[in-house]
Write a protein that binds this ligand. Structure first.
Ligand code: UT7
Length: 331
């Protein structure tokens, strides 16, 4: 096991005020039921951004994480934002958040790795810290999935939600020398990109009246195929991160999986031999918030006292690309 380079010094989240329940789909003409959605996914409700943006939610999460870490915006060296739903296509959401929170000394950029993006961002930030690029990082995930959801497609619109999560990452030294990222694993398979994607609206086929008419700028997903790959890849990713940390499932205090579907979460926990009492689930309240799901969950387990400094946490994610990633952290 490697010596940790970077530890999580504070967590935060930003959640839109508006709650949409499964019963609310009837009002927008979607033929579905609370029972179907709960049975297939475990989702009861999700938060949908009305006035909020990725920048406002990400900034709220960042401010909370900085306050809990005892860090001022002026101390931030680097802001890494994971998002599949940037506020604008150019420039990055990270620079909008930088301006909003007043982190005037920071370098800021976005990472695009879909639902795995926040674990990718954390791994990139840790590597930059190891290379000496900075001492204090904000690693944020900010997602407004409702903006890329086809609200006429019942196979996807019931699944997603909006939100943001953030951590302050600081160097593992002094009293915090044993805290931090103990192992990290990342993988991708671009040959399967078309199973979960937005066909048009990018630079190959820019947004146009045709794209608008055929709704091809919205997320398309082959749900059953994605499900199979998610179960397989998240199981493998758990093994890799545990191997890297020289641990087994029984050494883990809490598993925080990406929150897409409670059945995928249960299969992942079973594979890693981690009982469900040691698994955090909040997909029932938020739906799938893409890369924000893990940092939102992390904020909740820290704030509720479910974990504390020294707790060993396994995090694992899977998403479009396909991308998948995992990490063992000593809090
Ligand atoms: O975060 C990135 C990773 N994403 C994921 O991990 C999502 C992975 N996939 C899943 O979670 C599941 O595949 C879903 C929850 C999306 C769907 O569950 P499923 O058990 O795979 O259902 P299905 O797509 O195979 O659909 C079963 C039936 C279909 O009807 P037929 O063809 O069997 O007659 C659908 O038309 O359910 C129907 N259906 C619905 N019925 C009521 C699809 N969506 C709905 C709906 N309400 N919202």
């Amino acid at each position: 096991m490697k010596r940790p380079v970077a530890y999580i010094a504070g967590t935060g989240k930003g959640i839109p005020a508006h709650v949409m329940t499964n019963h609310d789909f009837a009002a927008i003409g979607i033929e579905t039921s609370h029972e179907w959605i709960v049975e297939r996914s475990g989702i009861h409700e999700r938060h949908i951004a009305k006035a909020e943006t990725g920048c406002s939610l990400g900034s709220e999460a960042a401010r909370q994480a900085m306050q809990r870490a005892g860090v001022d915006a002026g101390e931030i060296d680097v802001i890494v934002v994971s998002t599949a739903t940037p506020d604008r296509l150019l420039p990055a959401t990270a620079v909008d958040i930088q301006a909003e929170i007043g982190a005037s000394r920071a370098a800021a950029f976005d990472i695009s790795a879909a639902c795995s993006g926040w674990l990718y961002a954390l791994t990139v930030a840790e590597g930059m810290m190891a290379a000496g690029t900075g001492e204090t990082f904000l690693v944020i995930a900010a997602e407004k999935m409702s903006a890329i959801t086809d609200w006429t497609d019942r196979s996807t619109c019931v699944l997603f939600g909006d939100g943001a999560g953030a951590v302050v990452l600081k160097r593992s030294e002094g009293a915090h020398a044993n805290r931090g990222i103990l192992s990290a694993y990342m993988r991708s398979d671009g040959t399967l990109a078309d199973l979960l994607y937005r066909p048009n609206g990018g630079s190959t086929t820019p947004f146009s009246a045709e794209v608008l008419a055929d709704r091809s700028h919205y997320v398309k997903m082959s749900g059953r195929e994605v499900f199979k790959h998610a179960v397989r890849s998240m199981a493998d990713a758990c093994d890799r991160a545990l191997d890297g940390a020289k641990m087994s499932g029984s050494d883990i205090d809490l598993l925080i999986p990406h929150q897409a579907n409670v059945r995928i979460i249960e299969a992942t926990a079973k594979h890693a031999s981690i009982p469900m009492e040691k698994v955090y689930v909040n997909v029932d309240r938020y739906g799938n918030t893409s890369s924000a799901s893990i940092p939102i969950a992390l904020e909740e387990v820290v704030e509720s006292g479910r974990v504390r400094d020294g707790s060993r946490i396994l995090m694992v994610a899977f998403g479009a690309g396909f991308t998948w990633a995992s990490m063992v952290v000593r809090l």
